[in-house]
Design a protein around this ligand. Structure first.
Ligand SMILES: [Zn+2]
Length: 459
């Protein structure tokens, strides 16, 4: 049945939690040995710096005693160094011959030059194709389906999954998003894709465009599901429900598979997070740290922290204790929606969108998420105002758009104050913040289709 999630490969389903841990720890020891032996200028150095040896790491608990070995900045430095020294962009942590790299994909490089984390050997690609095929099967997709493939960074990161899509018997119909919505809709009309592979901000944009500007029903596009990734709407139940109602089909969140986590949400009306079904590809959910201190956080049902990833099988440029900057809430209990037994992860925010208001740490992503509960009285679009570059905020001001329907009531005294008060009370209880609202009309704030903008700089 579509959406009922099992672990992959199948044999993992016959193992108990403890047996799976033993299995993963065997892979972990082999993977660490492999990284150490094949990356003298990166992983060997990191081990030497902290005075540890690969042989010291026998369990996941041992691994969590190591310091953070890599993050985005260090990855970039490693890549700059390999480019300068060896003329390839894959980093000093590349563990194979550069000639054995069969595919790669870059990040957007919005905060520096691009990195190439989607680097694979033929063997890596083989694994990933299997995982992608399994993920598509979970969403009820396979031979004969056609995927409308539209990503802001289509030619970079997400293309790494295309071989897996093709191998599953699905025809990808890729389009460059810069060609605009008119051509995109023409393409859908003339090729009749059965589902849509895209970003969450893009479906929100199209739902609004079709319904409110073109007078069309998004259901008429005929998609049987949406496979969405991206930071803006994924993991927010209200956004998911609105889009599902608009398109008349299920929205599945998915992650990966090239960077670290390979995961998908299940076919349930209630949102139960991303199910990490490829449990023995990497450790995701087993290793969380405090985003500020980088101290380990105890893994238990409902724990919140920054994902630290470690590959268990990857051969090209694997990660070992990589602090991803992604903050999640992890669930170890069986999924109430589908009975899945592995780790489930609900996105909370990004480490770099954390602010401190009078000693309370809060993610701008969490404020954005909370605001969605008040749609349609608000549009759901907002910015947190920053008066200086620091993450400390003395007076929390949220600039937010009131909803279309509020327009006719603006003369009614105190209507917006009343709404602000209601939202403030909800935020006070759940996020322990006490914001002031600065209201602006609908469509005032830019709607980026790529990375969400959560802050407005006033400095
Ligand atoms: Zn589930």
């Amino acid at each position: 049945m579509a959406g009922k999630i099992r672990l992959y490969p199948e044999e993992l389903n016959d193992m108990s939690f403890e047996e799976r841990k033993v299995h993963k720890e065997k892979l972990l020891r082999e993977s660490i040995r492999y990284m150490y032996d094949n990356s003298p200028e990166y992983y060997q150095l990191r081990f030497k710096e902290c005075g540890a040896e690969p042989g010291d790491i026998k369990t996941i608990e041992d691994l969590r005693k190591l310091p953070i070995f890599m993050d985005k900045d260090r990855e970039r430095q490693s890549m700059e160094a390999s480019l300068e020294k060896y003329g390839h962009p894959f980093g000093l942590h590349l563990c194979c011959d550069p000639a054995d790299v069969v595919s790669t994909g870059g990040t957007s490089g919005t905060t520096g030059h691009p990195t190439y984390p989607y680097t694979q050997t033929k063997e890596d690609q083989g694994f990933l194709n299997e995982y992608v095929g399994f993920m598509l099967k979970l969403a009820g997709l396979g031979r004969g389906d056609r995927a409308f493939f539209l990503f802001p960074l289509g030619v970079y990161a997400t293309s790494a999954i295309l071989p897996g899509v093709e191998k599953a018997g699905i025809l990808p119909l890729p389009l460059d998003i810069r060609l605009g919505p008119q051509l995109a809709l023409e393409m859908v009309k003339w090729t009749r894709p059965t589902f849509w592979f895209t970003g969450s901000a893009i479906v929100e944009f199209y739902a609004d465009l079709l319904k409110n500007k073109l007078g069309m029903d998004p259901k008429d596009l005929g998609f049987k599901c949406l496979l969405l990734t991206g930071e803006a709407g994924c993991g927010i139940p209200e956004v998911k429900k609105r889009v599902e109602d608009a398109f008349g089909c299920r929205w599945y969140d998915w992650w990966g598979p090239s960077l670290l986590n390979i995961a998908i949400s299940c076919d349930s009306d209630e949102y139960h997070g991303l199910h990490n079904f490829a449990e023995d590809w990497d450790l995701t959910g087993e290793d969380l740290v405090d985003p500020v201190t980088k101290e380990s956080i105890e893994i238990k049902d409902g724990a919140i922290g920054e994902i630290v990833g470690t590959h268990l099988r990857k051969k090209a440029a694997p990660y070992l204790r990589y602090a991803t900057g992604d903050i999640v809430q992890v669930f170890t209990s069986e999924c109430p929606g589908c009975g899945f037994k592995g780790y489930r992860l609900k996105p909370v925010g990004r480490a770099d969108d954390m602010i401190t208001v009078k000693g309370v740490n809060v993610f701008a992503g969490a404020i954005h998420k909370k605001l969605q509960q008040f749609v349609p009285r608000v549009t759901g679009h907002m910015r947190v105002i920053k008066e200086d570059p620091s993450s400390r905020i003395t007076k929390l001001i949220i600039k937010a758009e009131y909803g279309e329907g509020m327009k006719d009531h603006l003369e009614e005294l105190g209507k917006l104050e009343e709404l602000g008060k209601e939202i403030k009370n909800a935020m006070k209880t759940e996020l322990r913040i006490n914001p002031t609202f600065e209201w602006v009309p609908p469509e005032t704030l830019e709607r980026p289709l790529r990375k969400p903008i959560l802050f407005e700089k006033r400095y």
